[in-house]
Design a protein around this ligand. Structure first.
Ligand code: UDP
Length: 234
């Protein structure tokens, strides 16, 4: 049962439960982009994301990847372990897009020689500046001794998700992970893995099925997310 609201973010609300080491994540129907500058209510987005992240977390857990996911509770709610979250975003890229294309002047869609892992500091006000190991250490964003494990896990998740989506006719362009420490002290993936946090392109048509639809007004967001979900379960 949901008790006190602990935190409300752009896309989710975190609630305390009767068990101190577990929290409920409620997925909102809000879409935001550009560090919250662009914002819109899109009815149905929350339930699609709750469903997609649950499916993905279950698949990862079956493959031996530790996540905070416990179970899906309702249309828009999941139960997760309460974690000490590190304010770091770990991005894995297979193709050039988004901030990578902009920063390095590489055309969107260019395949990368090998999967690339990047770290960013989680801060809307600062527009998520890119950080390296030294920044993470000096700024105290996360224990540096955990970075190799985070990178290794991110690459493993990339292989699993790339294969999964590829079989469904979808190209995994890039995605973002967040990590935290669970009550038992283990390192785990936290937050969500949804089309809000991944770039997914239809392999045959090139259609973008992710949040870029909202960022750049490319078409109905729900239509893209529904396609992702139906391909995932199909
Ligand atoms: N991403 C995210 N949250 C962020 C920043 C990025 O989920 O705060 C995801 C984004 O959806 C994409 C990947 O991480 O799948 C890489 O994003 P990028 O660095 O290209 O930034 P963007 O151009 O999306 O701001």
């Amino acid at each position: 049962m949901k008790l006190r609201k602990l935190y409300e973010g752009k896309a989710k609300i975190v609630y305390e439960t009767e068990e101190p080491d577990k929290v409920i994540l409620e997925f909102k129907d809000t879409a935001t982009a550009f560090d919250g500058v662009k914002k819109e209510e899109i009815k149905g987005k929350g339930s699609l994301n709750a469903e997609i992240t649950s499916l993905i977390f279950e698949i990862l857990e079956r493959k031996g990847i530790k996540t905070h996911f416990i179970k899906k509770l309702s249309e828009r709610e999941i139960l997760v372990w309460k974690a000490e979250r590190f304010p770091v975003e770990v991005v894995v890229r297979n193709f050039s897009a988004g901030s990578f294309s902009k920063r390095y002047g590489i055309k969107e869609g260019t395949p990368l020689k090998e999967p690339l892992v990047e770290f960013f500091m989680k801060s809307d006000e600062l527009h998520d500046p890119m950080v390296c190991k030294n920044h993470i250490k000096v700024l105290g964003l996360a224990p540096v001794e955990l970075l190799p494990e985070m990178e290794k896990t991110a690459l493993k998740v990339n292989e699993i998700l790339k294969d999964l989506f590829s079989k469904k006719g979808i190209l995994l362009v890039d995605f973002k992970l967040e990590f935290g420490r669970l009550p038992d002290g283990s390192l785990a993936i936290v937050d969500e893995i949804t089309p809000d946090s991944m770039r997914l392109w239809d392999k045959s048509t090139g259609e973008k099925l992710d949040k870029d639809r909202f960022r750049f007004d490319l078409g109905d967001l729900l239509e893209g997310y529904k396609k992702v979900l139906s391909k995932l379960v199909g």
